[in-house]
Design a binder for this molecule. Structure first.
Ligand SMILES: Cc1ncc(COP(=O)(O)O)c(C=O)c1O
Length: 472
């Protein structure tokens, strides 16, 4: 049976982010429960893998959660998908009612009160961001300021794979081939510094200081570049789009909350919007419900996806302020937001998201995130002493070890590590030389300890192999 399935897959299915000419056969999933994905191997045996990447960063309560399952099944007997233009339904309404109070609302860095209060449904993270961009651009048009069409984005950012989100993404490895199709965007440097190899002669505190200095410099430079753009294009910038606190896909690069605070002030001075892409950071991943809350800022538009349904069903959600919405609310049909997808407001996705949110609040998932953080803080920082390790960083339920190779995403180290972890029954997919661990928040203590010990063992093995092939 498995052989036949593989054969059909190999002949007809094109998997995402996969170079089939060199990739191994995909793993055949049989079931998934809690932090485990159960696959069938070539010999027909079941093998349990720990999902160390929350299935591409979506899963927060573990797989096949009984409560979420039951709520989806309950919804399935009522309605599955109904057109969302001209119709509405209780799962969507209850979801928004429950979600809005959780969104960032305390802003200590802006004079202007903002309330994220109007939610627009779509299908995934890319569409959530794309909708945000379109809202910002059309807001200015509807207000008679069509000249405001420029978007400021950051190098090393990733917002999705549609043409629109590729345009505002700063990761050429993924999107270079489509450059000619992309719209022009004003890029500034990443607020996360490019790390150099640690000077082994410095002690750990000194190294930390060097890192902090580099971080401050990078943030300052990005802010200066934004100021220059604002002065250079007065009245032309519509919005700044940012992945707050973590630039995820480009290598889990962190910046500090203070950067977001300065960005909020700068955007206010120029009267332009901040779009927070919290597709990755939302729903607890960085240690707060949303990353913006750590900086006590409120964005003008927030894009959500991934964890919103607990990792169960596709959904994108873009929430904007009343002010933005008001520019569309008009007797003039030409001011309508002409955007929609066939599956907008899918009833099953809404039921899953509502159930997930209920669990998230009731079971205090942030406590689970804090526990994972505490264990990682205890176990991982010592790895910085290995010659092959350039940096160790931890935020919320994200643990990152950056190795000393200079080939970035295409580093041969990535597949090598993935294989080594699979042999030890852990699913990890490093971004090239950046190994990250981010399990579902409900991972058991035993699995958590096993993963961290295995990461430490493998890093040690790399150090012994002298895997500091630094080609700098
Ligand atoms: C910050 C961020 N924005 C947007 C996206 C795109 O989401 P999707 O893959 O659901 O289109 C991702 C995906 O990884 C992401 O990390």
């Amino acid at each position: 049976m498995a052989k036949e399935l593989w054969q059909i897959d190999q002949e007809h299915i094109w998997h995402p982010y996969t170079q089939h000419a060199i990739a191994d056969k995909p793993l055949l999933v049989k079931r998934a429960k809690d932090e485990f994905i159960i696959i069938e191997n070539e010999n027909g045996q079941e093998v349990k893998l720990i999902d160390g990447i929350s299935s591409w960063w979506v899963n927060i309560h573990g797989h096949c959660n009984e409560y979420i399952n039951s709520k989806i099944k309950e919804q399935l007997d009522k309605h599955e998908q109904v057109v969302f233009a001209g119709f509405t339904h209780e799962p969507a309404i209850r979801l928004i009612e429950k979600l809005l109070p959780l969104l960032p609302k305390r802003d200590l860095h802006s004079e202007k009160p903002r309330r994220l209060s109007k939610a627009f449904f779509s299908d995934n993270g890319s569409t959530a961001v794309e909708v945000a961009i379109k809202m910002a651009i059309q807001y200015w048009q509807n207000n008679g300021q069509a000249k405001r069409h420029r978007i400021i984005a950051f190098k090393d950012s990733y917002h999705g794979d549609t043409i629109g989100t590729m345009s505002i993404g700063g990761t050429p490895t993924f999107h270079q081939a489509f450059k000619k199709l992309m719209f022009p965007v004003n890029f500034v440097d990443s607020p996360s510094p490019k790390l150099v190899n640690p000077n082994q002669k410095l002690n750990l505190i000194e190294r930390q200081m060097v890192k902090e200095e580099a971080r401050e410099l990078a943030e300052q430079k990005a802010l200066e570049q934004i100021t220059i753009l604002m002065n250079h294009f007065p009245g032309e910038i519509a919005a700044i789009v940012i992945e707050p606190l973590v630039q995820a896909a480009s290598g889990m690069k962190f910046h500090r909350p203070v950067f977001l605070q300065k960005l909020r002030r700068l955007a206010d001075q120029a009267g332009i919007f901040i779009i927070a892409d919290e597709v990755f950071t939302g729903f607890g991943r960085t240690g707060s419900d949303f990353a913006c809350q750590q900086a006590a800022i409120v964005p003008d538009i927030i894009a959500l996806s991934k964890g919103i349904t607990g990792g169960y069903m596709p959904m994108g959600l873009t929430v904007c302020t009343e002010e933005i919405y008001s520019a569309f609310h008009s007797k003039s049909a030409s001011k309508t937001f002409f955007h929609g997808h066939s599956y907008t407001g899918n009833s099953l996705s809404c039921a899953a998201a509502l159930a997930s949110l209920e669990l998230y609040i009731k079971e205090d998932r942030l406590k689970d995130v804090n526990y994972i953080n505490m264990v990682m803080q205890k176990e991982l920082p010592e790895l910085i002493q290995l010659d092959c390790v350039k940096d160790v960083r931890i935020m919320g339920a994200i643990g990152v070890i950056e190795f000393n190779t200079d080939t970035g995403y295409l580093s041969e180290l990535g597949p090598k590590l993935t294989q080594a972890f699979l042999e030890r029954q852990i699913l990890l997919r490093p971004l090239g030389n950046v190994l990250y661990f981010m399990p579902p928040y409900t991972i058991s203590i035993d699995s958590l300890n096993y993963c961290l010990q295995t990461i430490k063992e493998l890093a040690q093995e790399l150090a012994e192999e002298s895997y500091n092939v630094v080609k700098q």
